[in-house]
Design a binder for this molecule. Sequence first.
Ligand code: ADP
Length: 610
Amino acid sequence: MSRNTADHKYGTLKKYFGYDGFRPGQEELIDALLAGRDVLGIMPTGAGKSICYQLPALLLPGITVVISPLISLMKDQVRALNEAGVHAAYINSSLSENQIRRAMEYACAGRYKIIYVAPERLLTPLFLDFAHRASISMVTVDEAHCISQWGQDFRPSYLNIVDFVEQLQVRPVVGAFTATATTQVRDDILCVLNLQDPKVMVTGFDRENLYFEVRTGNKDQNLRDCLREHEGESGIIYCATRKNVGTVCTSLLMDDIPATRYHAGLSPEERQANQDAFIFDERPVMVATNAFGMGIDKSNVRFVIHYNMPQSMENYYQEAGRAGRDGERADCILLYSPQDVRIGQFLLEEKELREDMTYEEAQAVRERDAQRLKQMTFYATTHDCLRGYILNYFGEKAPRRCENCSNCLQEFVEEDVTDICIDIIRCIKELKRGYGAGTVAGILHGSRVSKLLDWGLDQLESYGCQAEVSEPRLKEIIQELIAQGYLTTTPDKYALLGLTSQAETIPPRMIMKFSKPKEKVPAKTKKKRKSQSSELDSASWQLFERLRALRLKIAGEQRVPPYIVFTDKTLTDMCIKKPATREEMLEVSGVGEAKYRKYGERFLEELWKK
Ligand code: ADP
């Protein structure tokens, strides 16, 4: 690449997006696209995929067509581009035919550099007419995994993309982007999209700015504590059921927490209104089922709390990953109780499978789901590094400790549990049929619950042989034995315990880690440790709050979400750099020329207000 193009690339990045450098993977993909080579970029949420095609779109001579499945995402992206001074538009079913016609005319006249379009629109006569008249330099496929029949989000309309590209007189360069892709899905994207000699870039799954935590115990109390630590910040609370969404949201409102709710049972109007209230930071706390979030691009989500455990690590990482898209520190907290496993099993049982599946296929799917739930439960109960667990799950290597998750920061005590393990195994052998972990723990502890007595389990030799160990601790040990492969559980609702061949040869000493009871940290000190950039001292913190208030005011005036005016990261950088002039303000990460023209002076004024 010539020096000139490189200068141009950095100049454009600064001018429009206000950034000084690229994040990992971005530059390689941009260079490939500019050199006319197809690309496939697999990068986690928040890694910065958009710039990988938006920047080349600005430098290539013709128009870029971006295919995106979600209306809300398109709107957000177009709004952000227009704010940054880039002419862009979208074509989807939220516009009237007349509006579409007008947008197409403008597009043909070269008014836009970037056009976002829903895949269903590609082969309509109006769009094809535009495509034949305009000069299209690049076609970008966002959420490219939707093209794969292997994935969970397959969209048949994505298959239109190939026909569309083939109909163009000159083949444009094609770029595909996604956050999630197994090897199978990746191969599908490459093959179905017919990418030519593509540059494939996979950046790691790790999101360094995310802190992971599992909290056990009283969920409502834990939730209150979390919210106190994140007072005034924006976040999402995911619940497993609509009913939970209702009760959690109501109780937060009663405590004057500015919450709103979202689930598939609400009317479309209410869903839209609540979503907007969240995006515009009028109600910065969203309580929702997993129906919420696809296509939500809000960059200043500072926490994602799971009130219930999700059904798989895939779901968990996708939902938790909605935190901290701006690269600033954000917390992902799972409130776990063993009851969540039951809820998960129940929801899986209720899950409707495709009607055309054979019995065997349905069985296989159910088994896979049960397996995924089990892996999720291991995450919730492991004492090892949580980030390490996530990365290993997705097939990546990870250091043993990340020092940024609750397990790495928590102190553990090691105990010799050899005798207890031997007794657990003996008890399972002694039982005539399979029982769940709760029952086995009850037998060993010598519980007097009527269920055990009715079944005559108090007659067993194992009954009460570990009376001094509490039932929760026994269950913890059983879970650990499952995780280490000594025990198995049936994939059904009752999760009956069984022994593996490994159980015959347990080592002479079994040492396990247990968390030390926590000292109560006062909420105030916790807040300092956890929220926002650690680079801010208390004076800057107050300034940050003032800048945030100004941002909210401007956002209200312009009817755009606050994070589209400036992200939290940009405001933090402003507090650190304290710019006094236009030139200095343009040095702040995220302040480009268009945004400076619109808002720069108001922020300078606020920064230096006496
Ligand atoms: P993705 O689509 O991969 O989820 P986005 O494209 O939405 O991620 O980018 C996430 C955030 O990172 C946005 O706020 C974006 O402006 C910011 N960002 C992207 N690239 C850079 C960069 N090179 N320097 C600083 N911030 C960046």
